[in-house]
Ligand binder design. Structure first.
Ligand SMILES: O=C(O)CCC(=O)C(=O)O
Length: 241
């Protein structure tokens, strides 16, 4: 498979956002969902509005990742060979993502507008599984604390429709100067070329022609590069903190 990253640019967003429909095949999606869903229950963190798996492990209090490889089902084929072919992590400090958050949203669930924070290289690559969802992009009001989630009363400045099996890459200004979130709703409405900034890049526009989509369970794999990594030799030092 070969990709032309520039053809995938979401032109109406500030630099840099890319959307690739059909980034993975139906079989690959089914295998990933089977892995996610068969993870032992302690792998999940139940949050009030979604549940979460963290691979290879949660960061320490000092935002450090204890060095450990990602499991092969998260690496292959997404990082290798697909991200490598796109070159999206080529400039990141570790040259590849070393951390994956898996979020599962039931209908009515979402995530408050937030930014990803300084622990990461400013690039996130999200693979969507199971069902479409809308990612809302908000401009920041002043200098919000990177760890703070803000209230959800403002209107989003941009809306991105993420289809199942798609890849969304956000880096540079759109990563650093904006917040992103997912509304807690059972129907995403007012969809169309006037409101969805990646409308022309969708695999299919037909399902959204009436302007809405009913939520179903949607799972996301978010790939990032954690800047601080402690090698195993130093692990005890961090565990003692
Ligand atoms: O599920 C998504 O697409 C967004 C997840 C997210 O915002 C995050 O993990 O910080």
């Amino acid at each position: 498979m070969s990709y032309n990253l520039d053809a995938a640019r979401i032109a109406s967003l500030p630099e840099d956002a890319f959307y690739i429909a059909d980034f993975i095949s139906e079989d690959e999606e089914a295998r990933l969902l089977q892995r996610v869903q068969s993870a032992p229950l302690p792998r999940w963190t139940q949050l009030s509005h979604r549940r979460l798996q963290t691979w290879p492990s949660a960061l320490t209090k000092t935002k450090t990742l204890l060095s450990s490889p990602l499991p092969s089902w998260l690496t292959n084929p997404i990082i290798s060979p697909r991200f490598e072919a796109l070159g999206i992590f080529a400039d990141a400090p570790h040259g590849a993502p070393n951390h994956v958050l898996i979020n599962e949203y039931q209908p009515g669930q979402g995530i408050m507008p937030h930014e990803d924070g300084a622990a990461y290289y400013p690039l996130v690559a999200t693979v969507s599984l199971g069902a479409p969802i809308i990612l809302d992009i908000y401009s920041k009001n002043g200098n919000s604390d990177s760890a703070t989630h803000i209230g959800d009363e403002r209107k989003p400045q941009f809306r991105i429709l993420q289809e199942r099996r798609s890849l969304l890459v956000m880096r540079k200004r759109v990563y650093s100067d904006f917040l992103h979130g997912i509304a807690e709703t059972v129907i995403d409405e007012d969809l169309g070329p006037h409101s969805i900034c990646n409308w022309d890049l969708l695999r299919e526009q037909e399902p959204y022609r009436d302007g809405s989509v009913t939520r179903q369970t949607r799972t996301s794999l978010t790939y990032r590069d954690v800047l601080q990594v402690a090698k195993m030799g130093n692990t005890l030092k961090f565990l003692n903190k």
